[in-house]
Design a protein around this ligand. Structure first.
Ligand SMILES: O=P(O)(O)OC[C@H]1O[C@H](OP(=O)(O)OP(=O)(O)O)[C@H](O)[C@@H]1O
Ligand code: HPA
Ligand SMILES: [Mg+2]
Length: 185
């Protein structure tokens, strides 16, 4: 399928980050992570489905062995507003006792998902839990979440691409852009 038409059709209002910008920022984040976790085993926990692309590129930018596990939680359903209720759709396969856990996310918007998730994972006896997120919307954040690695702070607009969806669409766009309001209004 040719996805270049998506931008031509103005479903994307604006491209915020190209694939090159995203991958290059993830490499910088990987270098910080390697430095901070020297001598420690890392368990990367990806939050499905949005974090799939971030996990793939961040993990491959790390010049060391890591384990990966996945959790599926959902708070958005099919719309553009957080429901505020987080549900576990798929839990981890890994025992977190004594592990250094690094949560990998695509976006922190209201912060509801991650503030809930970090409390949940900390209750399982890990040695540490930190967060790496590609995007963060400071103006939208309702819950304080301590985030160790942030790719980009972005304005408070609904974004899609590179794993991020609207109604399960646009996840496979290589870039990240804002969705034109006419698509969902
Ligand atoms: O900070 P918040 O306001 O809680 O929003 C962030 C969460 O929302 C999205 O997930 P979503 O529930 O859409 O599931 P998905 O990853 O399967 O699209 C995104 O991937 C984050 O996990
Ligand atoms: O801006 C967003 N786009 C897509 N999914 C999201 N989940 C939270 N915020 C967003
Ligand atoms: Mg979603």
């Amino acid at each position: 399928m040719d996805l270049t038409h998506v931008e031509d059709d103005l479903e994307l209002d604006q491209t915020l980050f190209t694939e090159e910008q995203i991958v290059s920022r993830l490499k910088e984040m990987a270098a910080d992570i390697e430095r901070d976790y020297e001598g420690k085993d890392i368990l990367l926990v990806g939050v499905l489905k949005g974090a799939v692309m971030v996990m793939a590129d961040l993990a491959r930018s790390l010049d060391r062995h890591v384990e990966m596990d996945w959790m599926a939680v959902s708070s958005y359903g099919s719309g553009t507003k957080s429901s505020g209720v987080v549900r576990i759709l798929k839990d981890l396969d890994t025992d977190l006792q004594g592990r250094h856990v690094l949560i990998v996310e695509d976006i922190i918007d209201t912060g509801l998902t991650l503030s809930w998730l970090i409390t949940n994972l900390r209750s399982r006896g890990p040695a540490s839990v930190e967060i790496a997120t590609l995007l963060r919307k400071p103006e939208a954040q309702q819950m304080e979440v301590e985030v160790k690695y942030v790719g980009f702070d972005i304005p408070n607009a609904f974004v899609v691409g590179y794993g991020l969806d609207y109604n399960e669409q646009y996840r496979n766009l290589r870039c990240i852009g804002t969705l034109s309001p006419h698509v969902y209004s």
